[in-house]
Design a protein around this ligand. Structure first.
Ligand SMILES: NC(=O)c1ccc[n+]([C@@H]2O[C@H](COP(=O)([O-])OP(=O)(O)OC[C@H]3O[C@@H](n4cnc5c(N)ncnc54)[C@H](O)[C@@H]3O)[C@@H](O)[C@H]2O)c1
Length: 542
């Protein structure tokens, strides 16, 4: 039985019995005058009635930082995440519309830019033009928030450093064409390789304006969830902890001492659209970037941090051996299969047991690296870390359809807008396995009904990304000269504090679930390790 633990950070009180989904056919309020954001009342309100939703958490309206005169916030891309981020920028920073600039590849989000009165430039960035297009806006103290696909994170990050501008992205992206380049090996296309290439810039960027890489929900927020979850498990299992760990080695030692063998980023998205907006055959539909999900689910190999407790190496597993790593041991391995086809058993508290996909993500590599314990040069402990993702049902069907067609992308792609989503929850958290109490999930349960009431222009999935983006931006402004940092290296308490009002219920739940409980009808004929439920082979579904 799952039991709820006391949570260590305060939660926003949200009544889960909110009334039914907003009907998109209901008359819409009069449109706000374009170019006049001052007229836009984007402040969250206390919604009355029997199902009152208290949106008066002061953190929802708190202004954290005044953008200096002459500085800009430059948003690259205004897709699902960019559109959701826009209202939060005006909520949480003292910034004028003239200080915000969008540089993007197409018209998506044009209406949102107009609503806030910000400059909207359609000029797809390329290797050849990015300096010329971006440089005029990257004045000293500016913040470049890269929320695009197909724009090299590394090149833009270097340019920001040169210009004295902050930088954040939610995914390390290469220039267009790299994910599908037939001349690159699976290892070269991996997130491990992208991470190595980014971390190789550390020295160059050292002490420069803070550049936070891969900070959305996952990667991003989940690194902070892991730390909070470790502290909660320590508290609940009577583990003596005299202070909060401060270094990677202290966090790694805590994870080892608690007996953590495996960590899933366990996410179940149950959001579903109104009938009119349902997925059609040969259409890719998702609650966030279709292109982003296709790249990581179909063009990159499945990847996982590889734990020291594992007894059996996967048959389709490979170790990286990239020159760029300069001989450093890789904390992760890759499988010669795209993540959209690799299934594992996992669990979240609201949904229960389900099958997720090991889609590659930066956090699988960075968390497993962060929690690697060394004695001298020898690795003595590391947990297995991977994503276990069940996207919304339409996206699951879309991936299945694309795989079935021989990995040919659907011609039509559509990211569901908040008003097209009828109901459902994105349940996103970290599942820590192997400790004294078995399994512990810690994370965010956010429904679309709640998301619609908290801020405009985003699904529940988007809001779990945009709140943490603001959290990381606040941290960067408060820690301005940190150079390149990963989510695991930044102040987890501060980011959680800022992001939490956007996360719905943040809960920690224990469970007696193990993958051996959901083995299926031929359990006795298949090869399971009954002596240790937390072996990777027990999670894998063939
Ligand atoms: N870390 C996380 O939790 C998380 C979650 C969701 C998305 N993401 C990442 O965030 C990024 C954006 O996601 P999204 O859902 O908003 O994607 P989207 O597909 O909805 O939008 C992508 C945007 O990028 C723009 N773009 C594409 N090529 C460009 C170019 N050459 N120059 C400038 N702009 C260009 C497009 O015009 C569009 O506005 C992706 O990299 C995605 O993987 C991360």
């Amino acid at each position: 039985m799952a039991s709820q633990s006391t949570i260590a950070i305060p939660t926003v009180t949200l009544n889960r019995a909110v009334s039914g989904p907003t009907d998109p056919r209901a008359p819409k309020p009069a449109p706000l005058p374009a170019g006049n954001p001052a007229a836009r009342d984007d402040k969250p309100r206390l919604l009355g009635g029997a199902h009152a939703l208290n949106l008066q958490d002061p953190r929802l309206t708190k202004k954290y930082h005044k953008i200096a005169e002459g500085a800009h916030i430059v948003l690259i891309g205004l897709g699902s995440i960019g559109q959701g981020t826009m209202p939060l920028l005006f909520r949480h920073f003292e910034v004028t519309p003239a200080q915000v600039v969008v540089i993007t590849a197409d018209d998506r989000g044009k209406d949102v830019a107009a609503e806030y009165g910000v400059k909207f430039i359609v000029n797809p960035l390329t290797r050849l033009n990015y300096r010329e297009v971006l440089a005029p806006y990257l004045t000293k103290g500016s913040f470049c928030v890269n929320l695009s696909v197909d724009v090299s994170s590394n090149d833009v990050m270097l340019l920001c450093n040169e210009k004295g501008a902050f930088y954040l992205d939610t995914c390390t992206e290469p220039w267009a064409g790299e994910y599908t380049n037939p001349n690159m090996s699976a290892s070269e296309k991996s997130n491990y390789a992208l991470r190595v290439s980014a971390l190789n810039l550390r020295e160059k960027l050292a002490n420069g304006p803070t550049a936070v890489i891969t900070h959305g929900a996952n990667p991003g927020l989940v690194s902070h969830f892991v730390k909070q979850a470790l502290l909660n498990i320590a508290r609940d299992t009577g583990h003596k902890l005299t202070k909060t760990p401060a270094t990677r080695q202290e966090w790694a030692a805590l994870a080892r001492d608690l007996g953590i063998k495996s960590i899933h980023i366990a996410e179940r998205d149950t959001q579903v659209a109104y009938t009119e907006a349902a997925k059609k055959p040969h259409e890719f539909v998702n609650t966030w970037s279709c292109d982003g999900f296709i790249s990581e689910g179909c063009y990159q190999p499945s990847e996982l941090g590889w734990g020291t407790h594992e007894n059996e190496f996967p048959e389709d597993g490979h170790r990286h051996n990239l020159k760029a790593a300069k001989g450093a041991e890789a904390p992760s391995i890759y499988l010669t299969a795209p993540g959209g086809t690799v299934k594992v058993r996992t669990w979240t508290p609201n949904y229960g047991a389900f099958t997720g996909l090991i889609v590659t993500h930066a956090e699988s590599v960075s968390i497993s690296d962060f929690l690697t314990l060394k004695e001298g040069e020898t690795t003595v402990y590391r947990p297995t870390v991977h994503y276990a993702y069940h996207p919304c049902d339409y996206a699951m069907m879309s991936i299945h359809e694309m795989v079935g067609s021989g990995f040919v992308e659907q011609k039509e792609k559509r990211v569901l807008k908040a008003e097209e989503i009828a109901t459902g929850m994105d349940e996103l958290g970290v599942l820590l396995l192997g400790h004294k109490k078995g399994a512990y999930w810690y994370g965010s349960q956010l429904t679309i009904e709640e998301a619609k009431k908290i801020a405009p222009h985003q699904s529940a999935t988007g809001m779990q990304v945009t709140g943490p983006i603001i959290g990381a931006m606040v941290w960067a402004y408060e820690n301005p000269n940190m150079g390149l940092v990963e989510p695991d290296e930044i102040g987890f308490e501060r980011v959680l504090e800022v992001a939490q009002p956007y996360l719905g219920n943040v809960v920690g739940k224990y469970s007696d679930w193990t993958p051996l409980k959901t083995r299926g009808p031929f359990a006795n004929d298949a090869d399971f390790d009954m002596s240790d439920p937390w072996q990777f082979k027990n999670f894998r579904v063939y």
